[in-house]
Design a protein around this ligand. Sequence first.
Ligand code: ADP
Ligand code: MG
Length: 728
Amino acid sequence: MSKLRFSSIKESNNRNRIAIEENGRRSELFGINVFNEDKMLQFLTREAYDRVKGAIYSGSKIDRKIADQVAEGMKAWAITMGATHYTHWFQPLTGATAEKHDAFFDLLPDGKALEKFGGGQLVQQEPDASSFPHGGIRNTFEARGYTAWDPTSPAFIYGSTLCIPTIFVSYTGEALDNKAPLLRALSAVDEAATAVAKYFDKNVSKVNATLGWEQEYFLVDKALAYSRPDILLTGRTLVGNSAAKGQQLDDHYFGVIPSRVLSFMSDLEKECTKLGIPVKTRHNEVAPNQFELAPVFEEANLAVDHNLLLMDVMEKIADKHSFRVLFHEKPFAGINGSGKHNNWSLATDTGVNLLSPGSTPMKNLQFLTFFINTIKAVDTYEELLRSSIASASNDHRLGANEAPPAIFSIFIGKQLSDVLDELEGVSQGKLSPEEKTELKLNVVGKIPEILLDNTDRNRTSPFAFTGNKFEMRGVGSKSNCAKPMTILNTIVAKQLIAFKKEVDALIDKKNLKKDEAVFNVLREYIKTSKKIRFEGDGYSEEWEKEAKRRKLSNNKSTPQALQILTSKESLALLKSMNVMSEVEVRARQEVELEAYILHLQIEGRMYNEIVYNYLIPAAITYQNKLIKNVMGLKDIYGAAHKTFTEGQLSIIENIAENISALKKKTDAMTEARKSANVLTDVNKKAFAYCDNVRPYFEEIRIHCDKLERLVDDQLWPLTKYRELLFIK
Ligand code: ADP
Ligand code: MG
């Protein structure tokens, strides 16, 4: 009998729910662990407060004297909160977050303790970061990078540590993280969108990109998760026969949340609330043991930080409740995977959502401007946007039989499609008074009414307009939203700059009125961005064919998807928008390819271990049991035994066939890995893993799962899907 599996089941069956006290209102808890405005007012001088606000608002620099004052205030607050350490909290290219804790105090030569945290420590830190991925940017002889304070994301206390959000850059100034390029992209979109928003309202002086992510995840009992070597090392089940019951009854989606899970969620939400993460909704997802959590949207940089922090907090709270949280995009075959929809929009400092229609024709023209420019941007750069969500684990969703497809398209709904069709008919150049009235009253003017009853939602679309925001659905549940947000905001910025130029040219050279010029440019954009618009079933084969005809990219694997990063156009775009230099882009591409290789390598090794050390031995044990039985029957019945042993013999043979196939395929996979490993070119190596190694995984799995169906349950060593997914 498999000891670990059964003792884990027993352990998980004996768990009790941890009661979570709901003391006090959530709104009172909100942000108590964050160095937010209230605390700044309390702990900073007025001058320091104003300067930090200035940095947040307009990116102005904070000099050393002020930094010292801020550090002093932050420390004073942190110590009253019981913090003993501080850390720069950053986002290296591993995709996770990193931190290096330092105590607030130092020892003086005479042995006395001195509290030490000044502007220097706040503004900059030098983690010994030589083992973070850097894609060749840092050679070992200049292996240092440094972290630098990002005042736009407030410091917070986590456990007993003051965490200071920072960017991570090399000494030569290149970004070694995901935050620095995001901040540059956000600044680019701010500048470009503000200039365009001023057409409609002179008072706009800043535009923030907003992000509301929806985090999907699985919860598995800790003992059960740890009993699976594949979950432990790869975050997913590499093998496992589907349980008799999966999600076919749709009885989990939005169902009653199991009580142990509810305790976990309450605890998690309380912790998030204290950390200033505005968590709002929680519910069961489609697959058994799958859940979702969504916050109120925020400024994109802050939202990204909050998502990363959330994932960290989730792991800790899950552990406390004896769960393991799985962020992998496809932890279980045969049931839904997990994603992280990125809801995105643009908001002005005057409080207007630029993707929300308004009450006047002018406001709606503004809406149409940002709406159509976004469509145009995605149309031009769909392949680059696709590359921003590529990863080994997300390949199981994109381009596999899982939502959404690897082809980017935009869904806007019938009503808005009709509006765009009408706008396509706008006259060239000057508009007659009649045409203007008609446009204002019957096309542009009707938009708010249209959107009110815009209930049609296409769940198969990877990039859908949902009333007052776009929803990017292909983002992986595990990934850092900074990557897609960097690209999306960059391409929209680029597009808005081009738009402004064209409109200004029509106003200056063709003497058109502003609204006429806007209509004229939008009309052309509608015409030239049609290929990205698709209202049908994004999962269908017809769409794949149609998308090919439209020349949309369909990169199903990560290595394929990443190629576009270093195309001439991508490099020029990222450079011209000051988001990433060529060196930074190339480094990132290399890091991503490297990560892809490593993930597949680990999975390959794990398959090897599971096949040789777990499943073949179990199959042989059961086979021997059958053989003994057959021999016993033969002893008793002699030649007549055949009537009684036919079934056993067929199982014995079936097991033998699967063992033999497993061995052959696993060995062939190992050989393919060996050939891939000797390749020195990272791109070639990634393709070798993708094309020559990865296909074996599925083949190996088929035989493993067949054996699971054949072998005595008592002898099966790996915790089964039924147990992983239904014990809670
Ligand atoms: P669903 O898409 O599941 O129907 P909602 O429409 O309520 O749910 O929104 C989902 C997410 O979109 C939430 O995280 C919400 O905060 C976010 N969201 C709503 N408006 C915006 C916006 N203007 N910008 C960015 N995110 C937004
Ligand atoms: Mg949604």
